[in-house]
Every structure is written in C-alpha cells, then in structure tokens.
Write a protein that binds this ligand. Structure first.
Ligand code: G3I
Length: 365
C-alpha cells in the first residue's frame, strides 16, 4: 500500500508545495497513472494525434509509460477516412492502432457517426440514398478494425437542446435526412458488422451544475432509456469531460446522473477529460492548484460509481491540447491553457496527482 506523504496529499489536493520538483521527480519515476488504475481494473488512456507522436519522443514515451489505451484525436473520423466517396484511406488511423499495438496499448474507436468532420458528399448522398450510406460506412469501419478495436464511440454528440428539435436532438444532416432512428440504427449496424464491440454513445456537456448541462443530462438520459427499451445494442455512455473552470461543478448532481445511467444497465467511460482554465486569471501555480482541485472533485465522483470503467484524457500535455491549437479556444492573456495532466515540458502538475490518487482510492471493479 502506498503511504501518501504530506507532499502527495497536498499535491493531490491541487496545492503547490515546497520541493514540488523533488516530489515530481520521485513521483514520476516510480509511480504511473496506469500503475494506479490497473490494480482497480480501471482504464487510463489519452487521445493521440500522429502528427504529434511523429515528432515528439517524450510524448511517445509518456503514452508508453502512463497509459493502457489510446484513441485517435482525428484520424478515424469519416471526413479523414473518406473525403472522396468510395476511396477509403485508413492509413493515418491504422498508424494510431499500430502505435498502440507496438506499445501494448489498446485503441478505442472514435467516432463512427459525428456531425462534424463529415465528408462533403455525405449530405447529398443521404438525401438520395438514405440509411444505406451510413450502413456502408459503419460496416466497412467495423470490419476494417474487427479484432483490433473493441470499445467504440458509435454516435457522437447527437443531442443539442438549443436546436429545438423533438427530444432535444441535434438538427444535423443525419436527423434531417434519416430521421431520429439513425442513432439506434447506427448501433445495430455496428453490432451486425462486429458483434464483439462495445458501442458507446459519446456526449459533452453532462457535468456542470447549470441549466445548460442539466438540459443535456435530461435529454441524454431520455435517449439512453429509449435506446435500451428498444433493444438497441448499446454498451455504454461516453462522458467527454471537457470541464470549464468558469462553470460550476457539484459532485452530488453529477453522481446522481451517473447512477441514473448505471441503473439502465449501461457502463460509463470518461472519454475526453481536460479542464479549460481560460476563466482563471491567477498565477500559473494557483491556476494549476485550482484545476487539480476540480479534477479531484470530478474524478472522485466519477470513480466512486462502479459502472465507470476509467478515464481517457484528451491528450497528455498542454503543448498539444486542442484548446491551445484552435484559434477560438486560446486564453485571452496569450498564455497556454493548462488543461491536461502534463505541462508543455512534460512536467507533472496537480492534475496528474489528482488522477493518480483518484485511481489509488477508487473502489475495485
Ligand atoms: O486536416 C489536417 C491534416 O491534413 C494534417 O495532416 C493534420 C496534421 O497537421 O492536421 C489536420 O488538421 C486538423 C487536425 O485536428 C489535427 O489534429 C484538422 O483540420 C482539425 O479539424 C482537427 O481538429 C480536431 C477536431 O476534433 C475535429 O476532428 C481536434 O484536433 C480534436 O481535438 C477535436 O476533438 C473533438 C472530439 O473528436 C469530439 N469531442 C470534442 C473534441 C474537441 O472538439
């Protein structure tokens, strides 16, 4: 049993302690995230983009030492695979799977059906040919990765209350061209192509204690209840976990939602965890402390629910986070968003310790 030193306790609570560098050095040499997660039968992984791992040996080493699974950040999306209809290029996505295989890591599939990153030809094709367009894509994708990928995000982000559609469904090309049943059909088509898969419905905005996320929780729960009662082969709910420090989090509200999902007989995976610190104006070390505290609160609530299978962070280092790579998400002060377990120099932060000690204290699955 690992005795938590005072330094560890404070670090896990997101505090900054004197001698942190020494604690980090000692901690990251003999403790790993997967070393804490695996004994509890929990998954820990991170999103991987080949343009990053191609150039960064430290990133490759960190995946190798800290993770049990990887997920392609963009390589496996429909728009990346089949920009031209009928020409399916799995090259980039295959490289993510083979990186995992060569490092003893499983790979998650992300994402079969998503309203973004869609090939330009899909909308007109669905208008003219209907569900067969989806069937061809899903069947080919599942067949290509049969025996290599078990855990899949089959449908991603199909709920959007702001679109004012029935059941708060997103007014996507899929809904417009195929009707609401496309969601259940996608899971059925995937299971027909590979009965061994674990198909997840993946969604964001299910964790903050405000009216926006409450509306999303209500809609997602109703969708899951409908899918389950219709006999759709859905395995679980992917809760993305793109937390924002500027929005409230209440552990009991989140725990209640997790329990409601689990009571449907579904598993849960935190699929894209990162913690946006744009709203914080304090010093870097104080921002890191506050992010670590939020991570501890969120992860303690999540991992206390035994239906939760583990955590995937949306990257490992701030250096490569989508929040620092896209124009719209950057911090107004021009500094890096410190949203992931490692900083841009791959130094562990309180977020890392929050993950480590949340795994260490989680109930065994
Ligand atoms: O398209 C280029 C490609 O030609 C080039 O070879 C490659 C390497 O330089 O970059 C590609 O650029 C961008 C790619 O990210 C690089 O990682 C794409 O244009 C850009 O659209 C893509 O953005 C990704 C986005 O999903 C859309 O796929 C983000 O990295 C990724 O973090 C983001 O992830 C989504 C999840 O899938 C779903 N949940 C929300 C999450 C954040 O938006």
């Amino acid at each position: 049993m690992t005795v938590m030193t005072r330094r560890d306790l404070l670090a896990a609570a997101g505090a900054t302690v004197a001698g942190t560098m020494e604690a980090r050095a000692q901690t990251t040499t003999d403790k790993t995230l997967i070393g804490a997660a695996k004994p509890k039968n929990l998954i820990y992984g991170a999103a991987l983009a080949t343009w990053q791992t191609d150039r960064d040996a430290t990133l490759r080493r960190t995946f190798d030492r800290q993770c049990s699974t990887v997920v392609p950040e963009w390589e496996m999306k429909w728009g990346t695979i089949e920009a031209t209809r009928g020409t399916r290029n799995y090259g980039a996505a295959d490289r993510v799977v083979s990186f995992g295989a060569s490092h003893g890591l499983t790979c998650r599939g992300h994402a079969a059906i998503w309203h973004r990153n869609l090939p330009k030809w899909v909308d007109a094709a669905m208008r003219d040919e209907g569900i067969s367009v989806l069937a061809t894509h899903i069947s080919d994708l599942m067949t290509h990765y049969k025996g290599k990928i078990k855990s899949w995000d089959i449908v991603n982000e199909a709920i959007e209350p702001k679109d004012s559609q029935a059941n708060s469904l997103r007014n996507s090309a899929f809904l417009q061209r195929l009707g609401p049943d496309y969601i259940g059909r996608a899971f059925t088509l995937a299971a027909e192509a590979d009965p061994s898969i674990q198909g997840f419905y993946n969604e964001y905005g299910l964790y903050h204690n405000d009216s926006t996320d409450q509306a999303r929780r209500t809609a997602v729960l109703a969708l899951l209840e409908k899918l389950k009662s219709s006999g759709v082969p859905i395995y679980g709910l992917g809760i993305q976990g793109h937390l924002a420090m500027g929005r409230p989090f209440d552990a009991s509200v989140f725990s209640t939602f997790l329990r409601q999902v689990a009571n449907l007989g579904l598993k849960i995976l935190i699929t894209e965890l990162d913690i946006d610190d744009r709203s914080l104006t304090q010093t870097v070390s104080e921002r890191d402390r506050l992010v670590g505290e939020r991570a501890t609160k969120f992860l303690t609530a999540a991992l206390s629910e035994r239906a939760v299978e583990g955590v995937v962070t949306w990257g490992l280092s701030d250096k490569y986070s989508w929040l620092n790579n896209s124009v719209y998400q950057k911090r107004s002060d021009g500094t890096m968003n410190r949203c992931l377990p490692y900083d841009e120099n791959f130094q562990t932060k309180p977020f890392w310790y929050s993950l480590y000690y949340a795994f260490k204290s989680a109930p065994l699955r």
